[in-house]
Design a binder for this molecule. Structure first.
Ligand code: ZN
Length: 428
């Protein structure tokens, strides 16, 4: 009796009433079943067109999981009616507490989805005595809701990036809004091909694409091609973070090769333990590292030349005029190409490749200039969230489609929840 009173307070449905409530034991756990009955005078709603239609017949009782009470699993039990609809034929009725074929009530699904923001999905399932699958479906519902209600107005700057989500070379494409004051995830695609990004632009729409003023991305060729084709009018900013990454990799290669060669020729191993000296920005070095670096720079080494080239390129980001920035970069590329350092030449080729489309107007001192930094910070943000795909336990992959196939639950959820979930009226 008391259960009915509580339910009528927290979850009242028009045209339906609560019937008997029974406590039963099932698979070694306590289960509370609460019947739901349709009011005698209430006509069923057609799930096809949403109109009230005359009844046709009744289906066997179906259970809908509700929020557990004192750790006891709660089910609503209801015999779904079928309606005879002149437009839709004989179809199952729509009920207000659940949607579609879901065996979870809407209330419970939002409840689980909210917890899934704080705990891993498996932990949520354990804590509330339900299955991982139910938690997944709850999250999917929340995300779907967010996707259909997302506000895409006023987006003028986006960042496009690829992200590895499991071991090996498995990538997803992520697109962020990076407008000042509004940074959020907009879209995820299942790989990092040109086709993937094309899908984004199709979803985003021509009109909104035309309104884009800045696009920030790395030098991934597939992206460059698509951006030039689809959003040629926007200023394309190369992500500084990625350029730095390519440079660091190049220096690493030069250093490793040279260190091996020195040892082979019987020289002193002067390059030992110098990796971080060379990769760090000079301003971040400790006093001890400072001295060691100064010492190292006295040698005529390939590694030293590569290092000096890298440090030189930093000046690119202090340019105000895109014209002079372009001249500077051309100059740098020429020097790198003459350096006889193959890894550095590779970076130079990459930059040249992107120049025409990208860098010529990229380095603006205004808002766009901050875009690469914004992205840089975002990379850090993802790390602190523990959303690093590597750190997530593997084996819980599941097919999920927001344009994403078989991607990782944690990555997906953390990414998507940030942009979609917060504004749902039922989720508060
Ligand atoms: Zn209908």
């Amino acid at each position: 009796m008391l259960v009915k009173t509580i339910l009528n307070r927290v979850q009242k449905h028009r045209s339906f009433v609560y019937g008997d409530a029974r406590l039963i034991e099932e698979n070694g756990r306590l289960v509370l079943e609460v019947d739901i009955l349709a009011r005698a005078n209430g006509k069923a709603v057609c799930s096809g067109c949403g109109r009230r239609r005359p009844g046709y017949d009744r289906l066997p009782p179906r259970r809908f999981e509700f929020v557990p009470l004192w750790g006891i699993v709660v089910f609503f039990v209801y015999m779904m009616r079928r309606v005879d609809c002149p437009t839709c034929g004989v179809v199952v009725e729509a009920v207000p507490w659940a949607s579609g074929k879901s065996s979870l009530t809407n209330t419970y699904a939002w409840f689980l989805a909210r917890w899934a923001k704080r705990l891993s999905w498996i932990d949520v399932a354990r804590a509330f005595n339900t299955s991982w699958d139910s938690v997944f479906r709850a999250v999917k519902m929340a995300v779907d809701w967010g996707r259909t209600h997302v506000d895409l107005s006023g987006i003028t700057a986006i960042g496009i990036d690829e992200m590895a989500w499991s071991k090996g070379h498995q990538y997803v494409t992520v697109v962020y809004q990076i407008d000042p004051g509004r940074r959020r995830l907009l879209w995820i695609g299942g790989s990092r091909k040109a086709k993937t990004l094309l899908k984004f632009f199709r979803w985003f729409g021509k009109e909104r694409t035309a309104a884009l003023r800045f696009i920030c991305s790395d030098m991934w060729r597939a992206y460059l091609k698509v951006i030039a084709k689809k959003a040629g009018a926007a200023v394309h900013v190369l992500d500084r973070f990625h350029i730095a990454m390519h440079l660091s990799k190049a220096i690493d290669n030069v250093r490793a090769d040279e260190a091996r060669a020195l040892v082979a020729r019987g020289y002193e191993p002067i390059l030992k333990r110098t990796r971080w000296l060379l990769l760090k920005r000079p301003a971040n070095l400790t006093a001890k590292q400072d001295i060691k670096l100064a010492e190292l720079l006295r040698y005529n080494l390939r590694t030293v030349r590569a290092y000096l080239l890298k440090e030189d390129l930093q000046a690119l980001w202090s340019y105000v005029s895109p014209h002079w920035a372009g001249r500077f970069m051309d100059n740098w590329c020429t020097r790198a190409m003459r350096s006889k350092l193959e890894p550095m030449k590779r970076v130079a080729r990459m930059l040249r490749n992107a120049r025409d489309r990208a860098v010529s107007s990229a380095w603006r001192p205004t808002r766009a200039g901050t875009a690469p930094q914004i992205l840089l910070r975002r990379h850090k943000m993802m790390k602190t969230d523990g959303a690093s795909p590597r750190s997530l336990s593997s084996g819980v992959g599941l097919t999920y489609s927001v344009g994403v196939k078989k991607t990782h639950e944690g990555v997906l959820w953390r990414l998507l929840s940030r942009c979609t979930f917060a504004r749902c009226p039922w989720a508060t």
